[in-house]
Design a binder for this molecule. Structure first.
Ligand code: XMP
Length: 323
């Protein structure tokens, strides 16, 4: 029967069998999926696993610290942090097309992993032959890996990978939906702050800036996102809302009046959605007062943003992320 305990046992056995006495590396994105995948593999093969956290500069505020402290404390995993902010910004310079951004981010991720692998080997580790990915069932389906489904987006942990990767993949969550992944995470003893986190895409804020990704734009979006997240949590909406992407329309400007005069700034989009599994979603009818608070704070506190708009589109026809 299909119980959480069984899934853990089954996957632990399968991982041991697949990896043998080789080593694996696992990229942590700060999200639930990679954290649970890593914890599962850690349980199976312990010190044969090294986690790599790529700080690509596309993370939300406080995310890097959460991985460095909370996750390591909960699992005891070996963690290598790579600062790759410049590398990703350089690779993304001048690029606005969503699929191109996704491909670039996926490619750079793998290149950074390859470097990390080389470093781990140079530091005396045995052969690193496996790459752990927190791919879920909906990712497989939506990237065209399922039966007869068109390719909707290149999720970077599936379709966006380059063809020439050197690793064999370990994907222990490939048959699971998000709620099952959370249960597995709980079963493995991960704290609520990690297990109950709302989903966040691997390409991070890079696909939440409509237009070119720059350091300044990332900083603006990080502030706006931190405000929205704070107010949603303060209003007790974390469980009701599946996730709330905050999107910067960097290529759009509108006229505003702020402080002493006219401004010509960018809109921020709030995309609160309710969903069971991210395959379909509805926009969350959240309280007006919470929207008002978020809007006031973002326009007051985030420079160059003079308008906050609500995305009231279900999925389909809209996807959850804008890119
Ligand atoms: P969409 O935008 O396709 O998103 O409706 C469905 C769910 O998947 C998340 N998402 C991603 N997760 N890598 C991920 O790990 C990705 O490249 C990626 N793209 C989208 C999205 O946040 C939503 O939960």
């Amino acid at each position: 029967t299909w119980t959480t305990g069984n899934i853990v046992e089954e996957q632990v056995a399968a991982i041991r069998e697949q990896v043998g006495d080789k080593r694996a590396i696992c990229g942590l994105s700060g999200g639930v999926d990679s954290a649970v995948a890593a914890a599962l593999v850690q349980k199976a093969i312990g010190s044969q696993l090294t986690c790599v956290y790529v700080d690509h500069g596309l993370m939300r505020k406080g995310e890097t610290e959460q991985v460095e402290k909370d996750f390591v404390a909960a699992t005891g995993v070996q963690l290598k942090v790579v600062d790759a902010q410049e590398r990703f910004l350089n690779a993304l310079a001048g690029v606005s097309d969503p699929e191109t951004k996704r491909k670039i981010i996926g490619r750079e991720f793998i290149r950074v992993f390859e470097q990390a692998q080389a470093e781990i080997i140079a530091e005396g580790g045995a052969d690193v032959a496996f790459l752990v990915q927190g791919t879920l069932y909906p990712d497989v389906v939506e990237s065209g890996g399922g039966t007869g489904t068109a390719n909707i987006k290149s999720h970077h942990n599936v379709g966006g990978l380059p063809d020439d990767i050197e690793f064999e993949l370990v994907e222990p969550l490939r048959q699971l939906f998000k709620d099952e992944v959370r249960m597995v995470g709980q079963e493995l003893g991960l704290p609520d702050e990690i297990v109950q986190r709302q989903p966040f895409p691997g390409p991070g804020l890079g696909i939440r800036i409509v237009g070119e990704v720059t350091k300044d734009r990332l900083d603006l979006l990080r502030e706006a996102d931190a405000i929205a997240r704070h107010e949603l949590s303060a209003a007790g909406l974390d469980r009701e809302i599946w996730q709330c992407p905050v999107v910067l329309l960097a290529d759009v400007r509108s006229v505003g009046v702020q402080g002493d005069g006219r401004t010509y700034g960018h809109p921020i989009v709030l995309r609160p959605v309710s969903s069971e599994d991210a395959m379909t979603a509805d926009w969350t009818r959240m309280p007006y007062e919470v929207l008002a608070k978020i809007s006031t704070r973002i326009t007051n506190e985030v420079p160059e943003v003079n308008r906050v708009v609500l995305d009231c589109t279900s999925k389909p026809p809209g996807t959850i992320e804008w890119e």
